[in-house]
Design a binder for this molecule. Structure first.
Ligand code: SAM
Length: 243
């Protein structure tokens, strides 16, 4: 049962009295039947506090922040992911799992060979999935989620400019992610992984970004679209000493 609630990205300090956002208030007051005087933990903007439910303002829970509560550190290398829309709820699955593993940013793009279509109306739901995963795994830095119309636009949105740190997961390439990572000079601040849809990359899609990425393999087995990013994320934690 969750007793952690997200207050948003506003800067807050011990002693502040704040209202929780509508969805979090509903969860605390209705689902969890919170009562004045209840002790909870709240987090947001990379901080976490013990707090007390001190009132109700309309439908919003009003809480008083008490002591800061230490939280787990993010992975030492920030991991961004460009992942395609995938049918059957698998994009949501990936957002949940990548958030648990520690992704800092996820950019969902429209892949050429994927029939599943996404649009802006789905963004709120994806953000909610990431937030719920943060609450569950006791993470306080909520990952950024963006949408892009293509792989190339997804790389633009990530801000990555170094091809050596921008890994395009490709099952038909020889270079293993491990050796590509080991040939980097020093530990990067951030890497981006781009993974393809169920039907695989369209050759033109890869061609378009060829000069901006390093093609890497995750080994000889063909992984499903919802497996490959998770393997890359886990491997990255291991390479950087976070596992
Ligand atoms: N249809 C493709 C085929 O049969 O060759 C397979 C695509 S795979 C299901 C989906 C995506 O996962 C790929 O586009 C790639 O990004 C990633 N992927 C799967 N296996 C991989 C591997 N062994 N190494 C690197 N990436 C892999």
């Amino acid at each position: 049962v969750s007793t952690r609630y997200y207050y948003g990205e506003a800067v807050a300090n011990a002693g502040d009295v704040i209202s929780l956002p509508a969805e979090e208030s509903r969860h605390l007051l209705k689902t969890m039947r919170g009562r004045t005087g209840d002790r909870i933990v709240v987090f947001g903007a990379g901080r976490q506090f013990s707090a007390e439910l001190t009132g109700v303002d309309g439908s919003l829970a009003v809480v008083t922040l008490m002591d800061p509560v230490p939280a787990s550190a993010p992975p030492s290398v920030a991991m961004a992911f460009a992942i395609p829309w995938i049918k059957g709820g698998k994009t949501e699955f990936l957002i949940q799992k990548l958030t648990e593993i520690g992704a800092s940013e996820m950019i969902i793009f429209q892949a050429r060979r994927e029939v599943a279509r996404g649009d802006d109306s789905k963004l709120d739901r994806l953000v909610r999935v990431a937030l719920e995963a943060c609450k569950q795994c006791e993470r306080i830095d909520v990952p950024t989620i963006k949408l892009a119309s293509s792989l190339s636009k997804a790389i633009d949105a990530s801000g990555m400019i170094l091809p050596a740190q921008t890994f395009l997961l490709h099952e038909r390439t020889e270079v293993l992610l491990g050796s590509a990572y080991n040939s980097l000079h020093g530990r990067p601040a951030k890497v981006l992984f781009a993974s393809g849809p169920e039907g695989g990359w369209h050759p033109e899609e890869v061609e378009e970004v060829q000069s901006r990425v390093t093609l890497v393999s995750l080994g000889p087995r063909i992984l499903k679209a919802e497996t490959a990013p998770l393997v890359a994320a886990s491997a990255m934690l291991a390479f950087s000493g976070d596992l």
